[in-house]
Write a protein that binds this ligand. Structure first.
Ligand SMILES: [Zn+2]
Ligand SMILES: [Zn+2]
Length: 293
């Protein structure tokens, strides 16, 4: 909620005209309590999870050859029923785990200084803050994910996420509720270290969600713009981790690949890539190749 009753009052307080973006923000947020703005995150989470995997679903169900040639595990085809099952499970987790967590985290969000004022972030501020959020989360998730592969944690928790040896868009956030909560913690560490505007906070969770859907898509499209992001793992990279499952000691990183390089958890994937010697190493890989790790 903004401390101004009208646009004119805001302009007088700022001593200048509002930009177009600031006017939009004023019109949208001026009368909304900060708590409601914070809760938009849950709304965006549900919205983007519902919409973003739709093109992937249509590709999978349509069975068009032009797309199927980029499928990482072509032998596995998903049905609408499979996707609906994942969708229901994830929405239940959002409703009973993520939603309540966001609800109770509001005092923490205020305490770390996520602001809702008229000073919208500049392009540079947005870029650097999001970069920090991605790097911090990726590093912490790498270690949490490695710990989830300890036999006890895998059997009790992480196995739920790994039930999809060939992941697909709607399976991206499908995990045990405790894993969703545990892996949610690193998402808050970046904003705690470098707090920004609530719109940056929204964008962070939206991009993180889209990234997870992309890496679980099951397709390795050569035209995917993420291929231009340095050290970005992508779908083929994470798909390998899913295929190998419990035995996997490779590809723990969720976003970038550098942790796997530094800590030596890249060897299995590197071996497979060297064996295939193809641009798209998963395009025609067979089970025996995977299981040689
Ligand atoms: Zn795993
Ligand atoms: Zn996964």
């Amino acid at each position: 909620m903004l401390p101004y009753h009208s646009l004119e009052e805001a302009q007088v307080a700022l001593g200048r005209e509002l930009t177009f973006a600031e006017t939009l923000w004023f019109n949208y947020s001026a009368k909304k309590p900060d708590f409601l703005l914070h809760c938009h995150n849950t709304l965006f989470l549900c919205l983007f999870y519902s919409i973003a995997p739709v093109p992937l679903m249509l590709i999978e169900l349509g069975g068009y050859n032009i797309f199927l040639k980029h499928k990482i595990q072509p032998a596995v085809r998903r049905t609408f029923k499979d996707m609906l099952k994942s969708y229901k499970n994830v929405m239940l987790a959002f409703a009973f785990a993520v939603g309540p967590l966001q609800f109770i985290s509001y005092p923490t969000i205020k305490w770390i200084g996520i602001r809702t004022d008229l000073q919208l972030p500049s392009g540079w501020e947005l870029f650097w803050q999001l970069l920090v959020y991605f790097i911090v989360e990726d590093y912490l998730n790498y270690w949490i994910h490695r710990m989830l592969h300890v036999k006890w944690a895998y059997e009790k928790i992480h196995k739920v996420h790994h039930q999809y040896t060939a992941p697909y868009g709607y399976s991206a956030p499908h995990a045990h509720w405790s894993e969703i909560l545990i892996l949610g913690i690193p998402s808050f560490i970046g904003p705690t270290l470098v707090p920004g505007h609530v719109t940056t906070f929204w964008l962070w969770f939206i991009l993180r969600q889209l990234e997870a859907i992309d890496t679980h898509s099951g397709y390795d499209f050569p035209w995917n713009p993420t291929k231009y992001i340095p050290f970005y793992g992508g779908s083929a990279y994470h798909d390998y981790h899913h295929y190998v499952g419990l035995r996997s000691q490779s590809n723990f990183a969720s976003i970038f690949t550098y942790c796997d390089y530094i800590y030596g958890t890249y060897k299995g994937y590197k071996y497979i890539k060297q064996m295939r010697k193809k641009d798209s190493p998963y395009s025609a890989i067979d089970d025996n190749d995977y299981k040689m790790e």
